[in-house]
Design a protein around this ligand. Sequence first.
Ligand SMILES: Nc1ncnc2c1ncn2[C@@H]1O[C@H](COP(=O)(O)OP(=O)(O)OP(=O)(O)O)[C@@H](O)[C@H]1O
Ligand SMILES: C[C@@](O)(CCOP(=O)(O)OP(=O)(O)O)CC(=O)O
Length: 430
Amino acid sequence: MSGEQRELNSWVFMVTARAPTNIAVIKYWGKRDEKLILPINDSISVTLDPDHLSATTTVAVSPSFSSDRMWLNGKEVSLGGERYQNCLREIRSRGRDVVDEKSGTLIKKEDWQTLHLHIASHNNFPTAAGLASSAAGFACLVYALAKLMDIEERYAGELSAIARQGSGSACRSLYGGFVKWDMGKERDGSDSIAVQLATEEHWEELVILVAVVSSRQKETSSTTGMRESVETSELLHHRAQEVVPKRIVQMQEAIANHDFASFARITCVDSNQFHAVCLDASPPIFYMNDTSHRIINCIEKWNRFEGTPQVSYTFDAGPNAVICAPSRKVAGLLLQRLLYYFPPDSSKELSSYVIGDTSILGEIGLKSMKDVESLIAPPEFRSQNSSSIHPGEVDYFICTRPGKGPIILRNEDQAFFNNKTGFPFRISET
Ligand SMILES: Nc1ncnc2c1ncn2[C@@H]1O[C@H](COP(=O)(O)OP(=O)(O)OP(=O)(O)O)[C@@H](O)[C@H]1O
Ligand SMILES: C[C@@](O)(CCOP(=O)(O)OP(=O)(O)O)CC(=O)O
């Protein structure tokens, strides 16, 4: 940095971005390189609407900062972990000369190595509950820092390869719509990148419903679960070598052709195989719980009753279900079923039980809990008794859809730092 800028130590330059989560329909499970986070198979995901599930991150740089610091959901967290350090190092090495137009400050590219960063991020959904907070979080961090440092990709997917080093699934959150993560072949991971298969508009009729079964932190992290599966499950190797390559081709075709029946079939069997791999690990890993199994049962029964898949289900490393319907009409039928089987416990209002894009509720005439109480058993369950109703087992539902990739939020009111000090407005005491 030049002499006169060194004296003007008061400037703060910052950028705020928002990035979505994604849900895998062909799962990533298993690494061939733990440090670079290189997978043993390709995967495909749908990006979820950031209005309902996303991370928002402000990154700031100032000569007045004495160290790199990060606040996650209002609480200071350490940036010392290898994954944060790898992302920061990769991003810093690509930083370019930047002029902050407001203050006229010039940051030279070599300054990025010595200037410290402040990072504040908030998720609009529970962190570490198996709702891919790390995917949205690392995608957002890398995207925001790339804007701050004016980084241009030297090859398509370069930013996704950096986000991947934060959390594998994060690479897919750099794009909207339908995304494939190519496992790649190179040892340095440069070809292990995300590629957009289709934008969110390509199949915008899809409706996605997340059943949040438990928002508590899970027992086995994805990272540990994957490592133990690679080390002990024979099924995992068969899956990666024989099964996934075929499914990737079939899934790409299903997405390209809006073929919901194939999309749903592959999504369900792939989720089930991923959980079978976890069960095949030694000791076995359980991510789904009884409620998850009941949700699967309810959907399988409905699909079989109709003779063709009405909706798909998939579960990541946790008990929450992500259910996909081909249209608003079918999503309405799905919601009626789910609210019938899994009503809230008596204390909850409908408006806090179903959140996100709740317009479908109105379309099916559900305005209050009274309407939910008067729902009748769906035809495929008419022969059963009331023991198939499980009040209070689902925390809440999020109604969403395929969504767009990361964006920059230009309104200064959306930043988490005071633009004079570069420190958070509010710091949580907890
Ligand atoms: N907004 C964020 N910005 C940066 N890092 C984040 C953010 N949110 C979460 N993380 C990181 O991700 C970690 C949680 O990741 P973890 O894999 O345990 O949960 P998850 O992503 O919710 O679940 P899964 O990846 O299994 O779907 C946090 O401890 C934190 O390090
Ligand atoms: C089940 C999954 O959600 C696993 C996600 O694993 P992570 O990306 O969280 O794991 P790390 O790379 O170790 O951070 C399937 C998927 O998203 O493809």
